[in-house]
Design a protein. Structure first.
Length: 290
């Protein structure tokens, strides 16, 4: 009973924070597609960045935009690149701006929707709380990743799906395309500090392990959810910065400093202005959690 109550509270809290954070999201610009290399394209706008790979007989799309009109734009943009059908959609994580746009795809497609098993759990929790941030029922994940690395070939395209640990959320999945040296990193990588959703049980410690594995890949292009495509050097720099900052925060916590004192020591504003908690705030919370 106690667990069930705790579970329900967790679901309600998750729904509340998700709705709050994402309701404050600015409107996204229209979807625009550009060629990254060979038959790999990147679609900005309309939510998180999507990666499009045109395979032998079909198309693989990583991440599906925010809302119905955004997903529709993505679907139509793919139709302008090729007349091959989209057969596979891969989610990098459960945030609405990466999954909910599937509402804008036509009904009745035979889509394989791949996600990490924890991503599916987060979507199930959102559905239990009303489903405001979820893809439509006909396009829920139907192929789940359970291992830290799963390699497969889809439409003749080789890929490795990677999940090292909870990082941005519990269900992060990076998609590595070795023949193109491209990694679709979702929101694991962006500009500035890592984004850790504690309300989805993300973790800075997990993020460091996850991104350490990504920079070890033979890749040169990292598609980032809300930033331009990054280089390996940028990913390495983001990792080094996060490791140093986490160590600094841990040291200040050890000295008994309060969160406000830590922010001051790091020359950060005490009152945050973003819609999500800062890395300093989430790391402090992680390190001081009883
Ligand atoms: Zn996200």
């Amino acid at each position: 009973m106690r667990n069930r109550t705790a579970g329900l509270i967790a679901v309600a809290t998750l729904a509340f924070f998700s709705t709050l954070a994402f309701a404050q999201a600015p409107a996204f610009p229209p979807v625009t597609v550009k060629n990254l290399k060979d038959n790999v394209y990147v679609a900005d706008g309309g939510g998180g960045t999507s990666t499009i790979v045109i395979g032998q007989n079909g198309v693989i799309v990583v991440d599906a935009k925010n809302r119905e009109p955004d997903g529709k734009q993505l679907f139509e943009a793919v139709g302008k690149l090729t007349n091959k059908p989209i057969t596979t959609v891969i989610f990098t994580h459960s945030d609405p701006d990466h999954v909910r746009g599937l509402e804008g795809f036509p009904k009745g497609l035979h889509l394989t929707v791949i996600a990490h098993e924890n991503d599916k759990k987060e979507i199930d929790q959102d559905l239990a709380a009303g489903g405001a941030g979820s893809p439509p029922k006909e396009y829920l994940p139907n192929k789940l990743v359970t291992q830290t690395r799963e390699s497969m070939t889809i439409e003749g395209v080789k890929m490795t799906l990677i999940h090292i640990a909870p990082a941005h959320t519990t269900g992060d999945l990076a998609v590595y395309f070795p023949d193109y040296k491209v990694v679709a990193s979702g929101d694991l990588l962006g500009d500035g500090d890592p984004s850790i959703h504690l309300f989805k049980n993300g973790s800075s410690e997990g993020w460091i392990r996850f991104v350490s594995a990504l920079v070890d890949l033979d890749a040169d292009s990292f598609v980032r959810g809300h930033a331009d495509v990054g280089t390996k050097e940028q990913a390495r720099q983001a990792l080094a910065n996060a490791i140093a900052k986490r160590a600094r925060i841990a040291d200040l916590v050890k000295q008994g400093k309060s969160l406000d004192e830590i922010k001051q020591a790091l020359r950060e504003p005490v009152k945050a202005s973003g819609r999500f908690q800062t890395f300093t705030e989430t790391t402090y919370e992680e390190l001081t959690k009883k």
